[in-house]
Write a protein that binds this ligand. Sequence first.
Ligand code: PRP
Length: 202
Amino acid sequence: MIRLAISKGRILEQALKTLKKVNISCQVDPLNSRKLIIPTNLQNLEIIIIKASDVPLYIDSGKIDLGIVGVDTLMEDDKNNHFRLRDMTISKCKLVVAGKAKTKYFNNMKVATKYPKVAKKYFENIGFQCSILELYGSIELAPVLGLSDFIVDIVETGKTLEENGLREHDIIANVSSLLIANKVSYKLKRKEIDSIIGKIKL
Ligand code: PRP
């Protein structure tokens, strides 16, 4: 059995479309179900529905063989103890620094983010100290309500920034979703994994 983790949200929707195109379908629609382990029409493939930031831990521990996860999540994961098999070229977005238009970077500024390590490293590299406020959603609220000076977050269409009066200051990375594999699974179940990946022609 091969278990494939797909993170919730935008990656899930787009990944399901990609799988559907190659005739891999879920027995239960993950978008309308609370089931976390979903059988597919392939006898040896299960889809595991999971929070993005939890994908690396499950893959690295070997409990799940494969995962579709954003580069942003992998940048925040300092272990990176898995193989990166291919770019799925879905869920493309950018990881950016954003804030109010007129605010400039300064030492000891407050930065709100779901990506504390990436944010800290980015500002250190460009020579600024900052204190990180780790938030878990609606990050844009922080500078709007004055909780932080900047945010480090994902921008896809740019609508959230625009509708909340914020603007992009710097791009940290371009992001898409990668297919990753547990190293041991990939050695022991190589044939099975390759046959599944082989079906997913992009
Ligand atoms: C993400 C991200 C931004 C938004 C950007 O949030 O954190 O808030 O999408 O998308 P846009 O550029 O297309 O407007 P998500 O919808 O995943 O929810 P969250 O805020 O709860 O993390």
